[in-house]
Design a protein around this ligand. Sequence first.
Ligand code: 7RM
Length: 653
Amino acid sequence: MSNNIESVLKEDRVFAPAEAFSSAAHVKSMEEYEELHRQSIEDPETWWASQADALHWQQRWEQTLDWSEAPFAKWFVGGKLNACENCLDRHVREGRGDQVAIHFVGEPGDTRDVTYNELLGRTCAFANALKDQGIKAGDRVLIYLPMIPEAAIAMLACARIGAVHSVIFGGFSANSIKDRLEDSKATAVITADGGWRRGSIVPLKANVDEALEGENTIEKVIVLERCSNEVTMTEGRDIWWHDATEHMTDECPAEAFDAEHPLFILYTSGSTGKPKGILHTTGGYLTGTGSTFKYIFDHQQDDVYWCTADVGWITGHSYIVYGPMVNGATQVMYEGAPNFPDWNRFWEIVETYKVSIFYTAPTAIRAFIKAGDEHVEKHDLSSLRLLGSVGEPINPEAWMWYYEKIGGSRCPIVDTWWQTETGAIMISPLPGATPLKPGTATRPFLGIDAAILDETGQECGPNEGGKLVVRQPWPSMLRTIYGDDQRYKDTYWNEYEGIYLAGDGARTDDDGFFWIVGRLDDVLNVSGHRLGTAEVESALVSHDAVAESAVVGKPHDIKGQAVVAFVTLKEGIDGTPDLNKELRNHVGAEIGAIAKPDEIRFTPALPKTRSGKIMRRLLKEIVATGKVSGDVTTLEDKKIVDALIASGENGNG
Ligand code: 7RM
């Protein structure tokens, strides 16, 4: 049997871009894309230099790429720039100071509009406060804030003075802060008294206090007042944001930093062990996020953009802060949960602010499908012209629902594949050019040499599953794992010489479109057939009764692995033995007998990471051992573990 991943799901629906969309788009046809992509791969440096030229450089670079110490890349060698200046000052200087940068919507319903002028002034004042507190270029600063404009201000203020920010998602606990602090040796924390989540206050400052018990490197804690909940301030260490900025002017020179000056560290959990500090630098990262935002979201000056991610994830860094702001975009920022106070919240916001570009995750889309269409149908969503998806493979059925119910069958969907490590989107449609097929991220972005390789390093043919790689360096690539060059090499560069291993399984179809079939660690091996999880899951989700599913392998004496599917059903549907049988047959009919689940377990919810990705590792352990002994700190809702374990015991499988 071949060692390669076999691809089994067929999808025939194709949606060509509308003429009216294409004619106004940055890239207008597939021919134009093909030609640009061919050139950009033959000579990536020329392409990326043309994109870096869109930035403001205080000193131009001398060498576009230095790859002589691969896999440690240097882009735009000798160039100097300031990331914050590129996000703010430039737009003010060019007369766009009165334009709204952020339409903010707080969870309790408070709203405010922040213009580029105001954002610049407040960022400069805060940058001055950081300096006043003794923070210098190169220092690491932890940011632990709710989804409020001050999160962007804090990040941009760090960038302005060359401090390296490390944002910690507000849903993480004291322990996670401690790990990140120990690894980064940060000297300051920027936090808030609290943040709103589903009507209650998340005690951010108290969590920081707990993380700072005992010896550590933190000298200053700056605390923003958001919820006015009671907090303890430690004399000499803690200072209120408003006190720290009180006497600061709103002018702060944008010092020029080297293109390779570290911009931020963002921690991401590996499959095992301690989180990896993904390091991104200045010039290349801004080039990657700025250009992808422009082309993939087809951003135009009058767009109102909304990305529902949190700034604590890479999506928030690249497509709330840096990408949109480099392009001078107007965007919505929302603090809270999608279903607070109810499932209308998102669509109300789209209607109120006339959002034209909307970017969210499959997990959110599936949750909306499960909650029922009535919440969507009440709202006028006609302002939308483009939709985006990120974070996981989007099942074709979820794609269709998104396309029809949210996009009114009018908006292209950009299914964007990328990673914390890649910094910017790598595989995605260009909405004015690429014909769309539900479930595929389609083709590599300009300058990106993505491919699928087999075990021996040969490129796979159409419909042959293999490992997704990138064969040439790109500007927004991670530079290393902070403090651990060896782990960087081992994790991403060991499989194939000089080639980046993404860790995802994928295939291309007859049109060269890329289909992600799941993480390599999650691949199923049934009687010698290696199957991706995504395809079996999509087959299940294509059944009317199913909201979500996660598929894992269970050790099996004869087959190697048996297929076990965890399934959540739509509101009001019962998991009967008949339905169980029907679903197994449905997968058999959609894909073939080989993928038919041996067992289906109905469960009220699936285990997810805090960023909404399904944790198959945990399910694998449950089916193999009936319990969970591994690390569950990244799990969003720990309560569901018991229900998942019980799903195997109550005989509904
Ligand atoms: C942006 C982000 C990265 C992993 C990646 C994939 C999965 C992300 C897609 C996707 C299929 C997509 N960064 N992934 N986007 N899979 N289609 N459009 O999510 O570092 O948190 O995760 O997410 O497995 O390797 S991340």
